[in-house]
Write a protein of this length. Structure first.
Length: 306
């Protein structure tokens, strides 16, 4: 395949021990992301080329961060098994939980919310995983949908690690990753109802033996419908054509644990990449990167309607 001359550069002071959930907020020209196991939120301000970090008071986990529509200081954050509303001005070193939106799986104390995103209509899709013990063996995770004024509905059960999410309005598709399945699935998606159906494996990251399987993590999509799949143990983001599963490009990073990706920047043509420094990964693990020169554009993040 055609290898482009893309460029990978670190964002200044962007470290997160378990960086996750990058979300480009167009109105504020800022990338929001989380330091998951620290209960912290981060904001990279594009104009200032500077990262702000805040600690959520009383919380040790922050699985995702999504701006709330119509309120510039409120964010939906996954804290444990609760989705809470956090108040943050984007600058202050501490932030407060103001209320709980909903809680899932109260019977599974070892579970927590992991990756989440809003669909193009502003509905929340959020999934859980076991974070105590073996999530590959105990598939107690689930994927949920929540929409304004509504309850939580179950989208999928029998999930190991609920991870990457992406939607394609033109193709009427929803893409989903359960890391423990080592693959990306596509669903037919009804944008009126938020219902996903007909799962189909479109990209498989299994190798010859289980210990070599690549672990797909976060994911995004470009305006041409190609998906970008981050690998937690592969130092690589794969650009894939979901119509045939062909790898169009391998984007190599200087660290191994690539957690998630999101397009952003003024022209939506910069791919932002979060990474992790778990299990004693050496520096520069945990750095957040920007990839330029990909000759592709994505979509801004969608704020959550509540």
């Amino acid at each position: 395949y055609f290898q482009m001359s893309y460029k990978v550069e670190p964002l200044p002071n962007s470290y997160a021990g378990l960086g996750e959930g990058p979300h480009w907020d167009e109105a504020r020209q800022s990338l929001y992301y989380v330091d998951l196991e620290a209960g912290a939120l981060l904001r990279y301000d594009y104009a200032q080329n500077k990262v702000y970090r805040t600690q959520i008071e009383g919380e040790t986990l922050a699985g995702f961060v999504l701006p709330v529509a119509g309120n510039s200081q409120e964010f939906a954050v996954g804290c444990g098994r609760r989705t809470v509303i956090v108040q943050w001005d984007g600058v202050a070193p501490t932030a407060k939980v103001v209320r709980t939106l909903f809680e899932v799986q109260p019977e599974y104390k070892e579970n927590r919310l992991n990756d989440a995103k809003t669909d193009p209509q502003g509905r929340l899709f959020a999934g859980t995983m076991r974070y105590v013990g073996d999530e590959f063996e105990h598939r107690h995770g689930e994927l949920y949908r929540w929409q304004a004024g509504g309850n939580v509905s179950l989208v999928k059960s029998d999930v190991g690690i609920s991870n990457g999410l992406a939607w394609d309005v033109k193709a009427k598709k929803f893409y989903y990753i359960d890391t423990t399945d080592y693959e990306v699935k596509s669903y037919d998606y009804n944008f009126d109802t938020g219902v996903a159906s007909n799962p189909k494996v479109i990209y498989n990251l299994r190798k010859t033996s289980p210990k070599d399987h690549l672990l797909p993590d976060g994911m995004t999509i470009d305006t041409e419908g190609n998906i970008y799949v981050a690998t937690f143990n592969g130092a690589t983001i794969f650009k894939v054509d979901p119509s045939n599963g062909k790898v169009l490009l391998e984007i190599k990073l200087p660290t191994k644990q690539i957690t998630s990706v999101a397009f952003g920047g003024p022209n939506l043509d910069i791919l932002y990449v979060t990474t992790a420094a778990k299990f004693d990964q050496p520096a520069p693990a945990g750095t957040t990167y920007k990839v330029t020169g990909l000759n592709a554009k994505g979509y801004p993040g969608v704020s959550l309607k509540i």
